[in-house]
Design a protein around this ligand. Structure first.
Ligand SMILES: O=C(O)c1cc(C(=O)O)c2c(n1)C(=O)C(=O)c1cc(C(=O)O)[nH]c1-2
Ligand SMILES: [Ca+2]
Length: 563
């Protein structure tokens, strides 16, 4: 895979060489062989099992190159599969130490492809590059210390010859960072901490050269020494916009969760960052939840899109935040254009001001505990698992709508005292998550980013936890924990197809063209944060079985002709 192929991935239909079907991450396919009329004839072609006893959450997005599918599975595994038949070509399993500390299941969200390499991040915070034909390790590099709570769950991305990754670990008080590596040999090129006060570096001939402190100096928006263990992990990875030559990454919760221990905005936690891909310098930031007290990680994807306003093209970007607000920003400078709630209930803030800063409802911030007691509990919506969590939304260039997988839930949350201890959970909070409605938690929404209107919705009993795909064939695909991969009419929301995969679908579907036919693939395997952290919600979903399958569908040629 070359840089040029990666840059034009949004327009090529015979391969998928980026996470997001294009570096901007719109998850839009220009294919329309399959459409809202004929999709009812979509049927399975093959399926394969990841095998073994390691049936846990499967969150990856498949990649396709030259008739081979590359996909990651739970427990830091990678598979190469013949895309025509489902025959396994090779598999690789990272040897993980016993003391890995992923907060939210042993998941992984996919590989990057570059040259003849398949590259991914592991639960013990390494990057590993495999030969695409043999699955043998070409290089391996430690990104961070897993004993301090670091891991990698996101798919890395390659932009103009640089491999770029984030890290996880916000629940353990790590210091978040975004780094670039040489994809051919794993040499570090630059490192950018995402917590104010930490030094960034570029590497010249293997030597570290200081490249400015993030935020300019330490302790401006953090009290005392707390910035030294401030979290803000960019754990969901990022995207790239060639128009502005900017990387867009989001950052997670500030550590610890107990906000009374860290008065101030706590930059750059719960923010979107725009970085120069050449040296990792921060060009702008937009903080969705300053002084976060609810674990509203600001990692959710910031998706570039253009729209017309009074004859002018606006270079915008949109994000559906865990905190319940949908934001449209000017992607050239990070300026707030508009924001609006995209879930039915938000209690922690009364709205956004003209700069997009939340107007807090102080009575709904969990209280400050004295050293020994539990602080007063408040009911807060959305819950810490968010109005939308990691699962990526999609933007359709024909309808101009975003398709957002969201959840309606709240939580009782209270604070506790906590001290930092390397590698130990660093929350200082307790919580019980609760559904807001009897008959559904999940809501797939079509959202107009210009008006803020919800154009249609489809509710789902269990929380939605899978990525979304949309196509020129007027379709929206996503999965649910009940095991269905479903297709909806992109304009009306009408359900036009579904298929039971045997376990919850929390992966991100893809579509591509091979031998003149349109294929769809998705992973099936329930898991992720919900069954682990789910309070009263976990009771709703405790009957769901885990899994580990890769499914591929197509519309047979003769049926395309018929419809
Ligand atoms: O702060 C962090 O470093 C971090 C990392 C991750 C992760 O890497 O998966 C999650 C979270 N936080 C988190 O707050 C969260 O709700 C979450 C859900 C999931 C998942 O895959 O289901 N991961 C994570
Ligand atoms: Ca987190």
């Amino acid at each position: 895979v070359t840089d040029a192929e990666i840059l034009k991935d949004a327009t090529t239909t015979d391969e998928i060489v980026t996470n997001g079907l294009g570096l901007q991450g719109q998850r839009y396919s220009p294919l329309n062989i399959l459409n809202e009329q004929n999709v009812k004839e979509l049927r399975p072609v093959w399926t394969m099992s990841f095998g073994g006893e390691k049936q846990r959450g499967q969150q990856a997005q498949p990649m396709i190159k030259d008739g081979v599918m590359y996909v990651t599975a739970s427990y830091s595994r990678v598979f190469a599969v013949d895309a025509r038949t489902g025959r396994e070509l090779w598999q690789y399993e990272a040897r993980l130490p016993d003391d890995i500390r992923p907060c939210c299941d042993v998941i992984n969200r996919g590989v990057a492809l570059y040259d003849d390499l398949v590259i991914f991040g592991t639960l013990d915070a390494k990057l590993i590059a495999l030969n695409k034909d043999t699955g043998k390790v070409v290089w391996s590099k430690r990104v961070a210390d897993h004993k301090a709570g670091y891991s990698i769950t996101a798919a890395p991305l390659v932009v103009n010859g640089k491999l770029i990754t984030g890290v996880s670990g916000g629940e353990f008080g790590v210091v978040g960072k975004i780094e670039a590596y040489d994809p051919k040999n794993g040499q570090v090129l630059w490192s950018r901490p995402t917590v104010e006060g930490h030094m960034g570096y570029v590497y010249k001939d293997g030597k570290a050269v200081e490249n400015g402190i993030s935020g300019g100096e330490a302790g401006k928006t953090w009290p005392g020494d707390l910035w030294k263990t401030g979290g803000a992990a960019p754990w969901l990875g990022g995207y790239y916009d060639a128009d502005t030559n900017l990387l867009f990454f989001g950052t997670g919760n500030p550590a610890p969760w107990n906000s009374h221990l860290r008065p101030g905005d706590n930059l750059y936690s719960s923010s979107r960052l725009a970085l120069n891909p050449d040296d990792g310098t921060i060009q702008w930031h937009f903080q969705t939840t300053p002084h976060d007290g609810w674990d509203f990680d600001g990692v959710n994807e910031l998706i570039s899109f253009d729209y017309q306003d009074g004859g002018k093209t606006v270079k915008a970007a949109a994000t559906a935040d865990r905190n319940g607000f949908f934001y449209v920003l000017d992607r050239t400078n990070g300026k707030f254009i508009r924001g609006f709630p995209f879930v039915d209930k938000i209690t922690w803030a009364k709205g956004l001001d003209k700069n997009g800063r939340p107007i807090y409802d102080d009575s709904n911030r969990p209280g400050s505990p004295s050293a020994k007691e539990k602080g007063s509990s408040v009911f807060s919506a959305p819950a810490f698992l968010g109005a939308k969590n990691w699962m990526p939304m999609a933007y359709n260039r024909d309808t101009g709508l975003f398709y957002v997988p969201s959840n309606e839930w709240g939580m009782d949350i209270w604070n506790e005292d906590i001290a930092y201890k390397k590698g130990a959970a660093y929350l200082g909070a307790g919580f019980t998550i609760k559904p807001l409605n009897e008959d559904y938690i999940g809501v797939l929404r079509a959202i107009d980013p210009k008006s803020g209107k919800e154009v249609w919705r489809q509710t789902n009993y269990a929380p939605l936890w899978g990525g979304v795909l949309t196509t020129k064939g007027n379709l929206v695909f996503t999965g649910n924990p009940e095991g269905y991969l479903q297709a909806f009419n992109a304009r009306t929301g009408e359900k036009v197809w579904e298929f039971q995969t045997g376990s919850g679908v929390i992966g991100s579907p893809v579509t591509w063209e091979m031998d003149g036919e349109q294929y769809v693939s998705v992973l099936s395997g329930w898991g992720g944060a919900v069954p682990l952290w789910g309070g009263e919600v976990a009771k709703r979903i405790k009957h769901l079985n885990q899994g580990g399958m890769l499914w591929t569908f197509k519309l047979p040629k003769e049926l395309v002709a018929k419809h």
